[in-house]
Design a protein around this ligand. Structure first.
Ligand code: URP
Ligand code: ZN
Ligand code: ZN
Ligand code: ZN
Length: 510
C-alpha cells in the first residue's frame, strides 16, 4: 500500500515525532496552483501524519492546523534525484557530502528524495549494501538505492537476486569506464543485462569506452597536457557515443530495457534517439551540469577553479548542452539527475600535477530544481507540468514507487514544495548547504524560488532556514518490473517463434 506515513517512523522510535518540537502533523496548504505531471489546478492540499489526505478547492479545517498560504505560487511534488553519490569512496578519497549534509542541501533546494549508488565492497554486493545502510543512518529525507556491479561470478548473480527480492533494490549500474577500478567488460555487461532482465530490474550504464579513455589519457600526458582541460580532451564525445551505442545494441540483443546515466553529449543523445525510433526501450538521463555548463571553464588558469568542473563524462563544448535541453523538451531524454558527487578544493588538488588524479564529480543536489526551472521553463522549453515530470514523476514511475512518490494526490507521501515563480534564487558557495567549499554554479541567479519544502509531512525548509534531524529519513524499498517491462514477455515469445519460421527470421526490433 502506498499509504505509509509517520506512524511507521514513530513506532520504530527514530523519527522526529519523538522530538519536543512537534507542533502539528496537520498542515493545510491554501490557495496554490497544484501542479502534477498530467495537469495543474488551483486547490488546497491537506496533509496529516506524513501523508497527503485531500486535494481540492476550499478545504475547511479545525483550529490547531498549521495553514500555509500558497496564493500565486506553485505547489508541486518534491524533487526526486535519480543519481547521487553521498559518502562515496572514490579515487582514493570520499565525497565530502554524507547522507546528512547532502540531503540537507537537497531539501533546501526542493528535492525530497534521492537514489544513491551502492558501491560493492571488493565485489561483494551484501557487504556494499551493509556499508550503505550504515552511511544512510544519518538521513534526514527519504532515499533509495541503486547498486553498481563491478565483477561477475555466481555469488554476484545470487546476490543480485537477494538485493531485488529482499532489499528493495530494482536497478544496477554498470561502468563501461574507470579502467582498473569500476570498469566491466562486454561479457560482464551481457551477463548483467540478462540477469537484470530475469529479475525485472533496470540496467543502468555509465557509457564511455574505458580502454580508449585510458589511451586518450596517455596521449595527453605525452603531449604535456596535465591540467584539468586534459581530462576533457582525453575522453571526447566520440567515446561516449561509442559506448552508448554499444550498450544500446547489447541491450537490444537480449531485449532488455536500458537506462543511460549522465548523457553529456550530442553523440550519446543521438544514439538514444535512434534506438527509440526503432522501438527500443532506452531511457536517457541528462544531468544539470551537462544541461547548463560548457567546457570553457576547464581552461581556467586557476587550477582549483577549473578542477571543480572535472567529472565523467566531461562537461562538453557549448552546443552539446543546448542540444540536450532540446532533447529533454521533446522527450528523447526523460528525467534530470545531478550525479551529485562533491569533492572540496583540497581533494580536487590531489590532481594538481596530473588531471588523472583529480577526483571526478560536481555538485547539484541543492541547485537542480532551480536550474531546471530557470533553464527549461523560463525559456519556454518545458511547461510547469513537464517540470514536475522530469524532476520527480518520471523518476518515481521508472523506479516503481509512483504514486506514493512523484504526485500531489490523496494517499501520496507528503513530499511537497511551494515554489514562487516571481521570486529569484541565488547560488553561492558561501551560503549553500553542501559541505564543499566550492560550487560549480557559484554566482548564478535566476527566476523562481523554492520557498517551502515539506518532507514526510514536516516543514523542513521555510524562511531560508532548515529544520532537519539526522535519522528521520526513511529507506524507500523499490519493487522490480517497472512499466518498461510491460509486454516484454510477448516480444520474447515472438522472437522464439520467428526462429522456427525462416521467413520471419530477420526481426530488427529484437
Ligand atoms: O564524475 C563522476 N560522474 N563521478 C561520479 C561517478 C560516476 O561516474 O557517476
Ligand atoms: Zn507521529
Ligand atoms: Zn558514472
Ligand atoms: Zn554518478
Amino acid at each position: 500500500s502506498p499509504l505509509i506515513g509517520l506512524s511507521q517512523i514513530c513506532e520504530s522510535g527514530i523519527g522526529y515525532c519523538d522530538s519536543v518540537n512537534v507542533i502539528s502533523s496537520k498542515i493545510l496548504i491554501k490557495g496554490g496552483t497544484v501542479v502534477n505531471a498530467d495537469r495543474q489546478e488551483v486547490a488546497d492540499v491537506y496533509v496529516d501524519d506524513g501523508v497527503i489526505v485531500d486535494v481540492r478547492p476550499n478545504i475547511k479545517v479545525a483550529d490547531g492546523v498549521r495553514v500555509v498560504d500558497a496564493t500565486g505560487k506553485f505547489v508541486m511534488p518534491g524533487g526526486i534525484d535519480p543519481h547521487t553519490h553521498l559518502a562515496m569512496e572514490f579515487m582514493g578519497t570520499e565525497t565530502i557530502d554524507n547522507f546528512f549534509s547532502g540531503q540537507a542541501a537537497a531539501l533546501a533546494g526542493g528535492t525530497t528524495m534521492h537514489i544513491d549508488f551502492v558501491i560493492p565492497v571488493k565485489g561483494s554486493l551484501s557487504k556494499g549494501y551493509e556499508a550503505y545502510v550504515e552511511k544512510a543512518k544519518l538521513s534526514c529525507m527519504d532515499y533509495g538505492f541503486h547498486m553498481a556491479i563491478t565483477k561477475w561470478d555466481d555469488t554476484v548473480a545470487k546476490e543480485m537476486e537477494i538485493m531485488v527480492k529482499e532489499k528493495g533494490i530494482n536497478s544496477f549500474k554498470f561502468f563501461m569506464a574507470y579502467k582498473g577500478s569500476l570498469m566491466i567488460s562486454d561479457e560482464l555487461l551481457l551477463e548483467g543485462l540478462k540477469k537484470c532482465k530475469s529479475l525485472g530490474a533496470l540496467a543502468m550504464v555509465h557509457a564511455e569506452n574505458g580502454d580508449a579513455v585510458f589511451e586518450g589519457q596517455k596521449r595527453m600526458i605525452e603531449l604535456g597536457i596535465t591540467g584539468p582541460e586534459g581530462h576533457a580532451l582525453s575522453r571526447p564525445p566520440v567515446l561516449e557515443g561509442e559506448a552508448t551505442a554499444r550498450a544500446i545494441r547489447l541491450a537490444a540483443f537480449v531485449n532488455a530495457p536500458l537506462y543511460i546515466v549522465h548523457v553529456m553529449s550530442i553523440d550519446a543523445m543521438e544514439e538514444i534517439a535512434r534506438a527509440q525510433k526503432a522501438g527500443q526501450n532506452v531511457i536517457g538521463e541528462p544531468v544539470v551540469s551537462g544541461l547548463v555548463l560548457d567546457d570553457s571553464v576547464l581552461w581556467d588558469p586557476d587550477f582549483v577553479t577549473a578542477a571543480k568542473f572535472v567529472m565523467s563524462p566531461p562537461i562538453r563544448a557549448l552546443g552539446h548542452g543546448k542540444a540536450l535541453q532540446a532533447a529533454l523538451s521533446t522527450g528523447i531524454l526523460k528525467l534530470v539527475g545531478t550525479d551529485h558527487c562533491t569533492f572540496n578544493s583540497t581533494q580536487k588538488s590531489f590532481g594538481i600535477d596530473d588531471f588523472r588524479k583529480i577526483p571526478n564529480g560536481v555538485n547539484g543536489l541543492e541547485e537542480r530544481m532551480h536550474l531546471v526551472w530557470d533553464t527549461m521553463v523560463e525559456s519556454g522549453q518545458l511547461s510547469a507540468t513537464d517540470f514536475v515530470r522530469v524532476t520527480s514523476t518520471e523518476c518515481a514511475k521508472l523506479f516503481n514507487i509512483y504514486p506514493r512518490k512523484g504526485a500531489i494526490r490523496a494517499g501520496s507521501d507528503a513530499d511537497i514544495i511551494i515554489f514562487n515563480p516571481n521570486s529569484t534564487f541565488h547560488i553561492s558557495a558561501n551560503s549553500h548547504h553542501s559541505k564543499s567549499d566550492t560550487n560549480v554554479y557559484d554566482g548564478r541567479s535566476g527566476k523562481g524560488k523554492v520557498e517551502v519544502t515539506i518532507a514526510g509531512g514536516k516543514i523542513v525548509w521555510e524562511n531560508e532556514e532548515l529544520n532537519v534531524v539526522p535519522g528521520s529519513g526513511k529507506y524507500i524499498s523499490m519493487p522490480p518490473f517497472n512499466y518498461l517491462y510491460h509486454g516484454i514477455d510477448k516480444a520474447d515469445e515472438n522472437y522464439l517463434t520467428s526462429l522456427k519460421a525462416p521467413v520471419n527470421r530477420f526481426n530488427p526490433s529484437i
